[in-house]
Design a protein around this ligand. Structure first.
Ligand SMILES: [Zn+2]
Ligand SMILES: [Zn+2]
Length: 355
């Protein structure tokens, strides 16, 4: 006899084989299950994920024209740009740039998404963003730095692949009714098996360590239908960074995003059940290709009380993200205002009650 104890899916007690019924049954709650159903439910396979990617092409390009490299001695960024831009501060950390005449060429991007939204819009969005935050320190907005927003192409890796997946979920359906003086609850347990495939086009993962994921993922999505093949002309008037996080390192995040999306999509097919848990999953990637792309972003950083705050606007869609410092003096004033208001409301209610 096998030493594996089969647990009742309803109450967790051990199931016993009943020779009369030719079924597995639970002495505690009376559940009966077919032997095959029990072995199917208790099959506990490891979840697997086979994610194979072929490396991106490594073609470098030299850019003609008056191109220079701006180097930041503070964060180490080496950013390519038009010399005529005369950029003076690093968009990542707000430290002064050093101009370096030498340009060593860059990895040729497979795609560029050109800027669609201009600087005016970025300045306007920033002001609007600040305006909605009553707790902002008074001197934050007054600085001239709002105008120092810079347009930069941020390096991204784009992941394309097909996926084949197999999922096993467990789910329930519960019904209630009354029989005489009893309230009856019936729980049906299901093993839900799902097979399918999904295609992913251009799953983005940024290739820079200089911006937090909170920024680079929050400004998404980029519409890659608007992507163009690389042409150095797109860079004129903007800065362009080159990756410092390799495709290989970015894969980890791409795998995560793809796995989460596949599981999410498969789970959608189980929404007529309750208490759904994933028992195991097998995901396999086919034809995984990695592409290199430059995405347009308006960036602004500001140091306030020794902390660096970063704001970004998607240069294609105008989506704006960022965090702002809070003035505690204003916070307490604001809070006191709210309590005063609730105090008034409370006394009005008490008056209405005639207290
Ligand atoms: Zn039971
Ligand atoms: Zn910097």
């Amino acid at each position: 006899m096998s030493t594996t104890a089969f647990k009742c899916p309803c109450c967790g007690a051990e199931l016993i084989f009943s020779s009369e019924a030719q079924k597995m049954s639970c002495e505690y709650c009376g559940t009966e299950l077919d032997v095959e159903a029990v072995s199917e439910l208790s099959r506990n396979e490891e979840s697997t994920a086979e994610m194979n990617w072929s490396a991106p092409a490594e073609t470098t390009v030299d850019i003609e024209g008056d191109i220079c490299t701006y180097t930041c001695n503070s964060c180490g960024a080496e950013i390519t740009g038009d010399r005529s831009l005369g950029a003076t501060t690093c968009p990542y950390c707000d430290s002064p740039f050093v101009v370096n005449d030498k340009f060593d060429g860059m990895l040729k991007p497979d795609f560029v998404i050109p800027f669609k939204v201009g600087k005016d819009k970025a300045v306007e969005k920033f002001k609007e963003f600040c305006g909605k935050r009553p707790l902002l320190p008074g001197n934050f907005m007054s600085s001239h730095r709002i105008e120092s927003v810079q347009g930069m192409y941020v390096p991204y890796w784009l992941f394309d692949c097909g996926t084949d997946a197999h999922f096993r979920f467990r789910g329930e359906r519960v019904s209630h009714w009354t029989e005489g003086s009893y309230d009856v609850t019936r729980t049906d347990h299901f093993l839900l098996i799902r097979d399918g495939s999904m295609q992913f086009d251009h799953v983005p993962v940024d290739g820079t360590s200089k911006l937090e994921k909170e920024i680079t993922e929050a400004v998404e999505p980029f519409d890659t239908n608007g992507a163009e093949s690389f042409n150095p002309a797109y860079l004129s008037g903007y800065l362009a960074d080159k990756y410092d996080v390799s495709a290989e390192e970015s894969r980890i995040r791409a795998d995560e995003r793809i796995k989460e999306s596949v599981e999410y999509a498969f789970r959608q097919t189980t929404d007529s059940f309750v208490g759904v848990v994933t028992q195991n999953s097998n995901i396999r990637i086919s034809d995984g290709q990695i592409k290199y792309a430059l995405m347009p972003m308006w960036l602004m950083t500001a140091k306030y009380n020794g902390k660096l705050y970063t704001f970004a606007m998607n240069g294609q869609t105008g989506r704006f993200v960022g965090e702002l410092p809070i003035s505690w003096a204003r916070f307490w004033a604001f809070f006191a205002g709210i309590s005063a208001v609730s105090g008034i409301v409370l006394s009005i209610i008490l008056k209405m009650l005639g207290v």
